[in-house]
Design a protein around this ligand. Sequence first.
Ligand code: FES
Length: 118
Amino acid sequence: MERNVLCKKSEIPLGESKVFQVRRLSVVVVRKENEQFYAVRNFCPHQGAELGKGVLRGAARANDVKDVCYEKPGSFLYCPWHHWSFDVENGCSMHDPENTKIKTYDVKVENDEVVLYA
Ligand code: FES
């Protein structure tokens, strides 16, 4: 695995994400509100949309049509095309976690820099 310095920590605001090109990889780096950083491949396994163009939210849980709540806010990246959602912590799809995953990468903050190991 190679060490890749992506940016300063402050260049990714809390609760937001940013796309980086690392050699031939396109990677979405997420900075959650709790200061944890995660990195996933910028590619939806459904039909190939760029997940970095999607939104970060919680996991939607519905008790009925009028009662939808979101759990784990900021942990799920929603695809911009058909709204499949993926947990940025482990890459699992919310609806089919055993069979549908996106690639995750090790990302760390070192000396105020965001560093990806891939
Ligand atoms: S391309 Fe992502 S859900 Fe269809």
